[in-house]
Write a protein that binds this ligand. Structure first.
Ligand SMILES: C[S@@+](CC[C@H](N)C(=O)[O-])C[C@H]1O[C@@H](n2cnc3c(N)ncnc32)[C@H](O)[C@@H]1O
Length: 260
């Protein structure tokens, strides 16, 4: 399934349905993303708009762009302090130049990352984005697929650099992409965020999101029950006092563009 289809169907719909849980789980990423961000701001892959809403409180103007129509519909319901566009950020002709281009986990899904960041270098002056480090650094996020693999052998391999959650794990590759795309002063700083969710939200999380969640949307009841039986105990190491606790291993990536 290509990214546009994914985010306009099962993937995007799941994010809309899980919006409250994801907003809470990902709130700790907002301060490092928007601290000092001012002027006009483009939020790339803004999803249901929580970061766009947050930055709109401090910026002169905030615009969120996302390829997912259902997610932008949810973003528009969230706030009218920002503008939202349904478009592919890889190629959309942004007709203005923003002071900042920001993103929380919205830039790893580009099929042609150099072309996408070349387009974004035309769209803005300062880049600040948060992306995941590699799958090996984020064992919580691969727990479900590792446990379910014997039952679901066709789950995608996410240890490579294909478009997806972990595409930006390799710092040298990211530096190369941004430099080729015309960005300068490229810096990647590790950002480790201690994250939580209530234990009773865990089943909804792995049965709706990620590769296992996506595959379960098409599975029959028997497979679904067997997968839950195998996957649920695999998360035991992350449970503490009624909460799920894990470290989110990310990069905060900054760069500048002088592209007029
Ligand atoms: C992991 S979600 C993050 C959403 C949001 N930034 C957040 O933190 O809540 C990734 C987002 O990137 C969007 N996306 C993927 N490819 C895109 C593209 N080419 N152009 C614009 N948005 C894209 C998806 O639709 C999705 O909303």
């Amino acid at each position: 399934m290509d990214q546009k289809t994914r985010w306009n169907t099962t993937g995007g719909n799941a994010w809309v349905e899980m919006q409250d849980l994801l907003d809470r789980a990902m709130a700790p990423f907002i301060p490092p993303l928007i601290d000092g961000v001012a002027g006009s701001v483009l939020d790339v892959g803004c999803g249901t708009g929580s970061t766009t809403e947050a930055v709109a409180r401090q910026a002169d103007r905030a615009v969120g762009v996302d390829i997912s129509a259902p997610m932008i519909e949810a973003a528009r319901k969230r706030t009218d302090a920002a503008e939202f566009i349904v478009a592919d950020a890889q190629s959309h002709p942004f007709h203005e130049r923003f002071d900042f281009v920001i993103s929380r986990f919205g830039v790893m899904f580009f099929e042609d990352p150099v072309a996408a960041f070349t387009n974004l270098a035309r769209a803005g002056t300062h880049l600040r984005v948060i992306a995941w480090r590699g799958a090996e650094d984020n064992p919580f996020h691969t727990t479900a697929e590792r446990a379910a693999k014997p039952l679901m052998p066709d789950l995608p391999d996410r240890t490579n650099e294909a478009a997806g959650q972990f595409a930006f794990g390799n710092a040298d590759r990211v530096r190369g992409i941004l430099t080729q795309a015309g960005w300068s002063d490229v810096e990647l700083q590790p950002l480790d965020v201690e994250s939580t969710m209530p234990e009773d939200a865990l089943e909804g999380y792995y049965t709706r999101l990620g590769p296992v969640g996506m595959a379960l949307q098409e599975a029959n009841d028997t497979t679904r029950a067997r997968v839950i039986e195998v996957v649920r105990p695999a998360f035991d190491p992350f449970l503490q006092n009624g909460e799920v606790r894990y470290t989110a291993a990310c990069w905060i990536i900054t760069a500048n563009s002088e592209n007029p």
